[in-house]
Design a protein around this ligand. Structure first.
Ligand code: SF4
Length: 252
């Protein structure tokens, strides 16, 4: 039964209760409780593929157009492998994909910033324009978002709750919060789920293709070590929307 937006919802109590639930149980709860208010976002990495499979299992028999929308931020800087893998996964699982684009096209971007290498000079601003703003704009249409973050990835992620409420009243659902990277990998193997091809080449997480944004790392390096290496930047801001400037601040 989808949530009545006017009902009282104690998300902190629910989050505590769900600490003992399995990720597929949490996904099923979110689908039932939030109904059409729910969306998922992913860039088709390890956790995203795990969650996509659980979401597909929870929606068996649902026509594609009525499935929970899956948001993908098409930054314009993705690896070709990411775009090809996305297309393969969408076909295989019949995903209701919603591709999000930056508010300005690449030519306008280059005219305004002089070139398209803003990621070298100001990666926070580059992420804000190409990732965070498109996501903020899209999320206005939803009340809750499924995200594949795990606590064992470290940094800010170590403290996530199963259910969180953003400052704008929308909910974040983290079904994999309690899982490790090894558990997610085992789930992919158990269910014969395809994996992003760059994981096998040493990329533990995969963002945009410029080497300053994403590089492969050694087997024992921390999961986020390959992102914006040496810049001090750890997150793109997609998962810190509540702290980010509102989309209305965007101006060129
Ligand atoms: S990951 Fe890099 S290229 Fe992609 S939006 Fe962020 S700074 Fe720009």
């Amino acid at each position: 039964m989808p949530r009545d937006p006017n009902e009282f919802f104690d998300h902190e109590a629910k989050s505590r209760e769900l600490e003992d639930a399995s990720p597929p149980e949490i996904v099923r709860w979110a689908v039932d409780f939030f109904g059409k208010e729910l969306c998922m976002s992913t860039s088709f990495q390890l956790g995203g593929m795990t969650l996509l499979h659980m979401l597909a299992e929870a929606q068996q028999g649902v026509p594609e157009a009525e499935k929970i929308p899956v948001l993908f931020v098409d930054t314009g800087f993705h690896f070709p492998e990411t775009l090809a893998f996305k297309d393969e996964v969408v076909r295989r699982y019949g995903i209701n994909l919603v591709a999000l684009k930056p508010i300005i096209d690449r030519e306008t971007f280059k005219r305004f910033y002089g070139d398209d290498r803003l990621y070298e000079r100001n990666p926070n601003e580059c992420c804000r324009i190409n990732k965070v703003e498109p996501m903020q704009r899209a999320l206005k249409g939803y009340g809750a978002q499924l995200i594949a973050l795990r606590r064992d990835a470290g940094g800010d992620r170590a403290g996530i709750g199963i259910v969180e409420k953003r400052t704008d009243g929308k909910y974040l659902i983290h079904p994999l919060a309690n899982w490790t990277r090894e558990q997610a990998n085992a789930y992919l193997k158990q269910h014969d789920i395809p994996s992003h091809p760059l994981h096998a080449k040493g990329y533990k997480t995969i963002g945009c293709f410029p080497p300053m944004c994403t590089v492969p790392v050694s087997e024992h390096a921390p999961e986020r070590a390959g992102r914006w290496t040496g810049t001090g930047k750890a997150e793109c801001g997609l998962h810190q929307v509540a702290k980010a400037r509102p989309a209305a601040d965007f101006s060129i």
